[in-house]
Design a protein around this ligand. Sequence first.
Ligand code: WT7
Length: 649
Amino acid sequence: MSEHKTYPPAADFVKNAHVDAAKYEEMYAASINDPDTFWKEHGQRVDWIKPFTKIKDIDFTLGNVSIKWFEDGQLNVAANCVDRHLDKRGDQTAIIWEADDPEEPSKHITYRELSEQVNKLSNVYKELGVGRGDRVVLYMPMIPEAAYAMLACARIGAIHSIVFAGFSPEALAARVSGCEAKLIVTADQAPRGGRNTALKSNVDKALEISGDTKVLMVERTGADVDMKDGRDFAYGPLMEKASAECEPEAMNAEDPLFILYTSGSTGAPKGVVHTTGGYLVWAAMTHEITFDYHDGDVYWCTADVGWVTGHSYIVYGPLANGATTLMFEGVPTYPDASRFWQVCEKHKVAQFYTAPTAIRALMGQGNEYVEKCDLSSLKLLGTVGEPINPEAWEWYHNEVGKGKIPIVDTWWQTETGGHLMTPLPGAHALKPGAAMKPFFGVKPAVLDPQSGEEITENPTEGVLVITDSWPGQMRTVWGDHERFEKTYFSDYKGYYFSGDGCRRDADGDYWITGRVDDVINVSGHRMGTAEVESALVAHPKVSEAAVVGYPHNIKGQGIYCYVTLMSGEEPSEELRKELRDWVRKEIGPIASPDLIQWAPGLPKTRSGKIMRRILRKIAENDYGALGDTSTLADPGVVDELIDNRMNRE
Ligand code: WT7
């Protein structure tokens, strides 16, 4: 373990950094000892239409959970991300857009142009009958219109819910009806990696399942699509006619800004709700400080706006700070494995933020792809989404960063709105694989998973909880506050439970060890094993299914399925393929099973509960350490599963 190897910040980086070691200590102490004063000051990072006088009102007690920040203030997120920059930086580039195809010209959209587009689209929304509090689903390629569509919602007080364009019509339909959307914004097609996904026809299929929502369609490729009269509207003509003036709505700090569906350990995905004031303060502050963003820097986060990373660190955080943010439509390996580095060179990227799964995939392609590009503009690298193995960290540091620039390993979740733990690049000596230190105002604690007692000594290991609120925290599950309380506040009373395990080393630094629940992380995409199981059992030939994660070289975790067939059904390679295609259709390609093992029986307790701990061990090829199997109803099934296991690495 390279736990003892540390990388202190370089002196010239520290000199210019927003936060150095002494300042971190001072600000962290202030944020914990006197949060009201601290957040009164940092609440001013955004412009308020009506200033707040209340700072925080928090209750983490089960049955009573309530989270409010800056609650009597009013503001508008689009005004903060666009209007307020016009005087000083109207001609500065807000968004650089890089197409999937490197031959297609990139676009530079200034803050003034952004303002015009957002205002126009706001008026188009209104014309289509969308207003304050209404829900709008976005199902979009990575094009500037996706950012316009988000900001226009914010401007008129509508609540967006983005559905990643890789999700199937079925998954889209569930999310559209889940939030009772009034409008879907989409495109004809989404180019990605040289292939076009038919977004509009997916929307058509989704609406066959779930009703007659209006559709606004951006013409991205000009492909032939069906347009249903009175339901479907083309973006171009409506924008052309629309006025470029739309007053921003004065929103209350606690009005919802967006809903984002994410997977949990049980049941269907839940709609995570983020609100206006606290979220924006958190996104802006973490963007500036974690990435040490300075005026004039070109900043690039490679995520998709379909995930929370795209919300907070492509759109809201950077634009609130008046930054230049790069939006990339494509994938890291198209046309070849040098694409990321070519884009860095082309646009002189200063901060580059990506996922460990991408780093591992590119590392496997060889160094020449990196070495042929000029990466001298880079000042900082970041990672997010899953623990990064030290080998990938070292490669990122040495090959991409030339051993000279810091890496911020940012731990956070859809639920947290923004970074909760990360090294600050001018303050902390880095340790490969460690999320290091809490951000300002974040009070982490490590609990003994059995007793729920807080462990204060170091080193230690346990479950990671947060003891008090931070402004970017999710407020509720859309339409189901009880589920919110049950998911995050019931296992360990009085705390926010992250679902992650962690270590705290002898220096008091944090290392995230991964999920302790039935959530898996496949290529940085979060998935509930329960979702894949319910897709499998919906197939007529499947009687029962259990799904677990297993270690995968590139993806981090792969999807391992144990499937019991209906009696009379014969296992076959064709059936394997059929089930794989079925899950892709039900959820989307990201949920495609990696391994399917035919299981005549599943290990169950006498009360019928599937013992996943055992299935996880077999999938990890670690069946020597199965632990106590004495409570199994039929211990014989375990030997059968071990004999026929799919992963022998
Ligand atoms: C889960 C949240 C946060 C945006 C992307 C994922 C894992 C996230 C790290 C990290 C170790 C990480 C956790 C977390 N995770 N970042 N730096 N080190 N693990 O958001 O889809 O809500 O997933 O991703 O397990 O709980 P998400």
